[in-house]
Design a protein around this ligand. Structure first.
Ligand code: APR
Length: 232
């Protein structure tokens, strides 16, 4: 049983090989859709049906996708290091479906809806389709349980607390382009080992201790997990 505290911080790149699009790669979601039309509070007020349709499509894709070797490797790592915690920017449920636990979603969860009135009053949604107009038990309209751009990130301080306890911090598949999530690395102790698994170019100039493993998640994550499990 490993006693070190491992924290895993993931972004869209870990789910890319499960067939779910990233946001800022050349074929990314924000190349096809306008953030202003589907992922801001103003967008929700202006055209809620368009937002509902956008997230219904992403929910349908998520339910049709399967966890990949990277998600499964993290579950193996958590079995070897039981105090492992996951902080994800992803709204998909592939970490959960790979058997991982202790997962903090910074930007919401596609499988849930929330009250328009209370950002943390969520309900589970069966199936892929939200019907705009359905109401939360508190009487307000239901909306996707997604943190839109410009909205607060309710679990960010919890994530900072988790990051500050890391002996080993593993970053997988994020461009570190969106704040405050990207600033999580600043809360990692200087004494911690930091690994970044991403085939792309990531600006790690602020984190000299980071080891950049330039591989896709499904290859790089299992390799690192095997190494850390062997280390014990
Ligand atoms: N394996 C690992 N990393 C990959 C892979 C792969 N197979 N394919 C792409 N990547 C990397 C890219 O190189 C990039 O660094 O994944 C990252 C994806 O970056 P983004 O598309 O910006 O996704 P992310 O960092 O998760 O975006 C953060 O932005 O739009 C908001 O709320 C949304 O949570 C999201 C946030």
């Amino acid at each position: 049983m490993g006693t070190k505290k491992i924290v895993v911080f993931t972004g869209a790149g870990i789910s890319a090989e499960s067939g779910l699009g990233t946001f800022r790669d050349s074929d990314g979601l924000w190349e096809k859709y306008s953030i202003e039309e589907v992922c801001t509070h103003q967008a929700w007020l202006r055209n809620p049906q368009l937002c509902v349709d956008f997230y219904n499509a992403r929910r349908r894709d998520t339910l049709a996708a399967e966890p990949n070797a990277a998600h499964r490797a993290i579950t193996r790592l958590q079995q070897a290091y039981p105090s492992l915690e996951i902080v994800t920017q992803n709204i998909d449920n592939l970490h959960e479906r790979a058997g991982s636990r202790n997962i903090t979603h910074l930007h919401g969860e596609i499988t849930k809806l929330r009250s328009e009135r209370d950002e943390l009053a969520t309900v589970d949604l069966d199936g892929w389709e939200q019907h705009y107009g359905d109401r939360h038990p508190d009487g307000s309209l239901l909306r996707p349980y997604i943190v839109f751009f410009g909205e607060g990130v309710p679990y960010f301080s919890k994530a900072c607390e988790i990051a500050s306890t890391a002996d080993i911090f593993i970053v997988i598949g994020t461009s570190l382009a969106v704040y405050p999530a990207a600033s999580l690395l600043q809360y990692v102790p200087e004494s911690a080992r930091v690994y970044v698994i991403d085939p792309g170019n990531i600006d790690l100039s602020g984190y000299p201790q980071a080891v950049h493993i330039r591989k896709k998640a499904s290859e790089g994550v299992p390799e690192l997990v095997d190494k850390l499990i062997a280390e014990g």
